[in-house]
Design a protein around this ligand. Structure first.
Ligand SMILES: [Zn+2]
Ligand SMILES: [Zn+2]
Length: 369
């Protein structure tokens, strides 16, 4: 029996059950004792329907733990291995993986149905099958995941903080280091300073950006943005953020601007605060019906702006996870500082409420076993 927080229906509170049955890992799968899981905005997005997934489902997609058991044919992992879970499996051999775009791995398609690679799930509760978000389901204290969704890391890294790499850190730092082409000395603007936005900021700093303009509605998030390397703080609801960024960048706009919210108006603002010839990187998760209103001539042609979508930090997890762990060990990447509260799995609904109120960077669930 395992314990997990389950979403039973859209817009409902999660329910924690301690009597969920878990089948053994199938071929190519591993059973992971989940040590910790971040509570990410995308979990909330499943609950409120922005990301539609079938229910009932165990949420959580940002976790780390220890391999406890391996299924038939598993060769890259063994019991005792410490792993970070990737919410996009990376098979290493499909069209996209072969082109260094593991974040688009063709094997990830099945995740939309809530099952594992073969479309089925290993969890049942009261005779009913339970899905796993992104083939992870890290709001459970054990998870059976595809071997290709687990990335081995060194044993000497605290798994509580390693968990954060799985989504927020890879996405945000990856946006700055992989998706964007930030040059040393560049000016960067970041619209939205939640868990992912803070990581865009620290990624921009690592990339050598000189001016990092943080834009958010919440004073508390701007304070954190400063700790992560922002040099200029802009309260989004005081004046016009586009005009303010122009003023701060000699009237030209930012060399690279990131949108980390996922709303139509803020995406348009982000593109408008990007300088001519610069890059706008779209990281936030919009609702499925969001459309943009852009002037084709004066965005793309005459002003020569590049607008790039950023899915999962354009990451190749097997190289990027070890790279980020290395940066953490060198003291260049902040992980502990991302955690604003540590909770048990029963505190997950409260963590959702706090996230909606803009209070926290990350709530971190530490599981009992
Ligand atoms: Zn996430
Ligand atoms: Zn692949």
């Amino acid at each position: 029996m395992i314990t997990a927080a389950v979403l039973h229906g859209m817009s409902e509170d999660l329910q924690v059950h301690d009597d969920i049955e878990q089948a053994p890992p199938g071929p190519g799968e591993v059973k992971v004792k989940v040590v910790a899981s971040g509570v990410c905005h995308s979990d909330l997005s499943v609950q409120n329907g922005t990301i539609p997934l079938p229910t009932p489902i165990v949420l959580g997609h940002e976790g780390a733990g220890i391999v406890e058991e391996t299924g038939e044919g598993v060769s890259s992992l063994a019991p005792g291995d410490h792993v970070v879970l990737s919410f996009v499996p990376a098979c290493g051999s499909c069209f996209y993986c072969a082109r260094d775009q593991g974040f688009l791995c063709e094997k990830s398609a099945m995740a939309a149905g809530g099952g594992l690679l073969d479309g089925t799930t290993r969890l049942t509760h009261g005779g009913q099958g339970l899905g796993q978000m992104a083939m992870c389901g890290t709001f459970g204290n054990y998870a059976i995941v595809p071997e290709i969704s687990a990335v081995k890391i060194d044993d000497d890294v605290d798994l509580r903080y390693a968990a954060l790499i799985g989504c927020g850190v890879l996405t945000g730092v990856g946006a700055a280091l992989n998706t964007a082409s930030i040059r040393p000395g560049d000016s960067v603007a970041v619209v939205g300073c939640g868990g992912v936005g803070l990581n865009v900021i620290q990624g921009a700093k690592i990339a050598g950006a000189e001016k990092i303009i943080a834009i958010d509605m919440f004073e508390s998030k701007l304070k954190m943005a400063e700790q992560f390397g922002a040099t200029d703080l802009v309260k989004a609801d005081e004046g016009d953020p586009v005009g303010t960024v122009m003023t701060l960048t000699g009237g030209r706009g930012a060399d690279v601007a990131f949108e980390v919210i996922g709303l139509g108006p803020t995406i348009e603002q982000t593109i408008n605060m990007t300088r001519n010839g610069g890059e706008a990187i779209l990281v936030g998760v919009p609702r499925m019906d969001v459309m943009l209103n852009l002037n084709a001539a004066f965005t793309f042609l005459y002003l020569a702006k590049t607008v790039k979508g950023c899915w999962y930090g354009s990451a190749n997890v097997r190289t990027d996870v070890p790279k980020l762990i290395g940066l953490y060990k060198e003291g260049k990447l902040k992980l502990e500082e991302l955690v604003s509260r540590e909770i048990g799995v029963d505190g997950v609904n409260e963590a959702f409420t706090a996230m909606q109120a803009g209070e926290v960077a990350r709530s971190l669930i530490t599981h009992q076993h």
